[in-house]
Design a protein around this ligand. Structure first.
Ligand SMILES: *Cc1c(COP(=O)(O)O)cnc(C)c1O
Length: 356
């Protein structure tokens, strides 16, 4: 299948945002990729065309029964102007795992990859040059069949949009303040916590609002069954440095298998750090904080790479980690990852994919 390209006319092109006012998720480029699916026909009409609004029937099944999955990755500009994707095959595979979990059509991996490369190449002058900024890429799959009734849809739309985003830490690291939720949970065993399904995020908003109202940045999620085991923070994976071990919860079906999580595990190992994937209770975290053996914690995800945790609130008490400041290991892992992603350092794991 050949991807058709319809370039935006001059009057369809958007004004460029100021590089220092990008923020996250506010600006999108001139083009998008679209491809349709119909049961019996398969995928058809792959096209890169001007960014446009979607037309959906009010009964489009994604609007009623939540068949919607997405991905998030970035394109990075290297020192000589070259452009890289970071482990895109991981996102492609994960999107299909998500789709399968929601009984949605699988996307051919090679056309997905082609679409990513061609779209980024076409809108490459939208990729910001400034240090730490990048082009965020949002592949999305929605059920478009017009019908009510709970069952897997027979028609889908796969689209990819991209947009320039600013450096997450333009003003330097600012460690987050996290709130341990005991009342609400993100994902239960057997549920959809291990996939990037849109409904997971809707379900997380209420606890996030409680955390924000309490003066915290994000929720630290505990397991649904016992409310004892630490799982994730906000929409990121979580790591704790206790003694000389970097500990992260194992992927047991309720945790999103983050590409950044996996990369941090490999990278930390290569730096000679002992990385352990094992269940970790909130009680163990609190006693390690009280004993002073827990010296660093950070969240990992595509948006921020590494987001240091400065404070944890649990059962009416606030605990500081490393005096609320970013730890050395967090900073080192952040810098190492960033340098690999931006092509400033050699790439021992072969993670980078050069697009231009
Ligand atoms: C996307 C996401 C992550 C991080 O995944 P990356 O591939 O590292 O960006 C972690 N947890 C949740 C719930 C997520 O949605």
């Amino acid at each position: 299948m050949e991807i058709k390209i319809i370039e935006a006319a001059p009057d369809q092109r958007k004004p460029r945002p100021e590089p220092d006012k990008l923020g996250f998720g506010r600006y999108f480029t001139d083009h998008m990729f679209c491809m349709k699916y119909k049961e019996g026909k398969g995928w058809y009409d792959p096209v890169i065309e001007p960014y446009h609004q979607l037309t959906l029937d009010p009964t489009a099944m994604c609007l009623h029964y939540g068949q919607e999955v997405f991905e998030g990755l970035k394109a990075y500009r290297g020192p000589a102007g070259e452009v890289y994707l970071f482990r895109p095959q991981e996102n492609i595979r994960r999107m299909n795992v998500s789709a399968a979990r929601l009984c949605m059509a699988q996307i051919d991996e090679s056309i997905f990859f082609e679409a990513l490369k061609k779209l980024v190449a076409l809108d490459c002058d939208w990729i910001p040059q400034e240090k730490g900024s990048s082009l965020y890429i949002r592949p999305t799959l929605i059920a478009t069949e017009a019908a009510l009734g709970v069952r897997p849809a027979e028609e889908y739309l796969f689209f990819i949009i991209t947009g320039p985003v600013g450096a997450y830490y333009a003003q330097g690291f600012s460690p987050t303040r996290i709130y341990v939720s005991e009342e609400y949970v993100r994902a239960a065993p057997g549920g959809t916590g291990a996939v990037k399904a849109a409904g997971n995020y809707a379900a997380s908003l209420y606890a996030s609002r409680i955390a924000t109202d309490m003066g915290y940045t994000q929720v630290l999620w505990l397991d649904a069954l016992e409310k004892r085991y630490v799982e994730e923070v906000g929409t990121s994976n979580i790591f704790f440095l206790i003694g000389d071990e970097l500990i992260t919860p194992p992927l047991g079906g309720t945790i999103l298998p983050g590409v950044t999580r996996d990369s941090v595990i490999s990278l930390a190992g290569r730096l000679g750090i002992k990385v352990v994937q094992r269940p970790l209770t909130i009680d163990e975290v609190v006693s390690a904080l009280e004993e002073g053996t827990l010296t660093e914690s950070f969240a990992s995800g595509t948006a921020a790479i590494i987001s240091p945790v400065g404070h944890i609130f649990y059962r009416g008490k606030e605990y500081a980690i490393n005096g609320g400041k970013t730890g050395d290991l967090s900073e080192k892992l952040f810098n190492e990852m960033l340098q690999i992603q931006y092509g400033m350092k050699d790439d021992p794991f072969g993670w980078r994919v050069r697009v231009l």
